[in-house]
Design a protein around this ligand. Structure first.
Ligand code: PEP
Length: 256
């Protein structure tokens, strides 16, 4: 199965203008030293306020794509504090992260809202990175697979097979995010295999074989090689270890 791997850095609410510049300059330099044919797709997701600057720096570097950390699915209007897809398209944003557990938990985002975002993103020609993941309690109760099936089924509601094939899912166990405690690679592989089976059940095996499913949750340079060696894991969505150019470049190398 040839699915192009993705290494995506989610900068979250980090990096002012100068910090964003330093980070993207470091990533640009590191990437320039690597063989583009062997590289995974490299994606960076800065804050909205750094999008313009990062876009301007990477715009002639085809090895790096831009992602937004969120979007509002409405085209425009009275949504104070929100950002539309048309605004993101000004910066040639390719991917939009949706359904991150921090947004689900801290901002009460529902599965239905995440589904609206996925549909709007795909209609605009961008690609959603749809996050899903279980809490520690759900894992201990043995309901991980059922919970993920529910999240994925609801997120993909009404989306065509052709659009699902382009989309990206990120499996991010909540107990592994920002904790330094990555999910065991074999278990992450098993769980992602289950998510792929859900896609096969909803669509077809051919669609399930095409969608890229990333692992996220305390991915580090010391874990990436084992994670990327798993047959179901198509890359990583990375928070903490994406905030330093050196470690992000190590992650990219680990996926080559
Ligand atoms: C994330 O927030 O998507 C994430 C995986 O964070 P970290 O790598 O810091 O666990």
């Amino acid at each position: 199965m040839s699915r192009k791997p993705i290494i995506a850095g989610n900068w979250k609410m980090n990096n002012n203008k100068a910090e964003a510049r330093e980070l993207i300059d470091g990533i640009m330099y590191g990437v320039s030293q690597l063989d583009g044919d062997k590289m995974p797709e490299v994606v960076v997701a800065p804050t909205y306020t750094a999008l313009w600057q990062v876009y301007d720096i990477i715009k002639n570097e085809p090895k790096i794509s831009l992602a937004a950390q969120n979007v509002n699915p409405n085209p425009s209007g009275a949504y104070t504090g929100e950002i539309s897809l048309s605004m993101l398209s000004d910066f040639k944003v390719k991917y939009v992260i949706i359904g991150h557990s921090e947004r689900r938990q801290m901002f009460n985002e529902s599965d239905e809202f995440i589904n609206q975002k996925a549909i709007a993103i795909l209609n605009s020609g961008m690609i959603p990175i749809i996050c899903c993941g279980e809490t520690l309690e759900q894992r201990e109760q043995g309901v991980t697979d059922v919970h993920l099936e529910g999240q994925i089924t609801k997120a993909l509601k009404g989306i065509s097979a052709a659009d699902v094939e382009k989309s990206v899912i990120a499996y991010e166990p909540i107990w592994a995010i920002g904790t330094g405690k990555s999910c065991d690679a074999a278990e992450a592989n098993r769980t992602i295999g289950q998510i792929r089976k859900v896609v096969a059940k909803l669509y077809s095996q051919a669609t399930a074989d095409k969608i890229r499913i990333l692992y996220g949750g305390s991915v580090k340079p010391s874990t990436i090689v084992e994670q990327m060696a798993q047959s179901e894991i198509d890359g990583g969505l990375i928070g903490g270890a994406s905030l330093k150019a050196d470690s992000f470049i190590e992650l990219i190398k680990g996926a080559m």
